[in-house]
Ligand binder design. Structure first.
Ligand code: RB5
Length: 151
């Protein structure tokens, strides 16, 4: 599995922790930045990671900002992306099993690195359950087709 990782300055420190988790787990990844604590705009990073995932260059993405909210909103504007902000392990598992999310978002100013690391592990390992959930995810894609020019 290849994972695209990104954050703004508000998520930079947690991104470094998450990168350590990915290394420990032996997960292939690319860090799309940011690469310092200097202030930057989260939509730019979210777009790079979201396009890498939607274009199927990467299987999954992890985006981090101060709250996890801004990057989730921005990433979900890219057709094909299903990004979810998860600050507990139950939501992280459900976000995969029921929603087939391909991007996980986290807020560095909201949760500690230990919980964030566990959420990432759970989310990476959980599989989409399919069945009735597949029907629902397809209905989300149909909404996307109706509301964007991309078919
Ligand atoms: C940056 O100060 C902060 O607004 C950003 O990291 C994020 O929390 C936005 O949703």
């Amino acid at each position: 599995m290849r994972v695209a990782v990104g954050s703004d300055h508000g998520g930079f420190r947690l991104k470094q922790e998450i990168i350590r988790v990915l290394e420990e787990e032996g997960v292939e990844f690319r860090d799309f930045g940011t690469f310092s604590l200097e202030s930057c705009d989260y939509p730019e990073i979210a777009l790079m990671v979201a396009e890498a995932v939607a274009g199927e260059e990467y299987h999954r993405g992890i985006l981090i900002c101060g709250t996890g909210i801004g990057v989730a909103i921005a990433a979900n504007k890219v057709p094909g992306v299903r990004a979810a902000l998860c600050h507990d392990t139950f939501s992280a598992r459900m976000a995969r099993e029921h929603n087939d999310t391909n991007i996980l978002t986290l807020g560095e100013r909201v949760i500690g690195p230990g919980l964030a690391a566990e959420i990432v592990r759970v989310w990476l390992k959980a599989e989409f359950a399919g069945g009735r959930h597949e029907r629902r995810v397809k209905k989300i894609a149909a909404i996307e087709r109706r509301t964007t020019k991309i078919k």
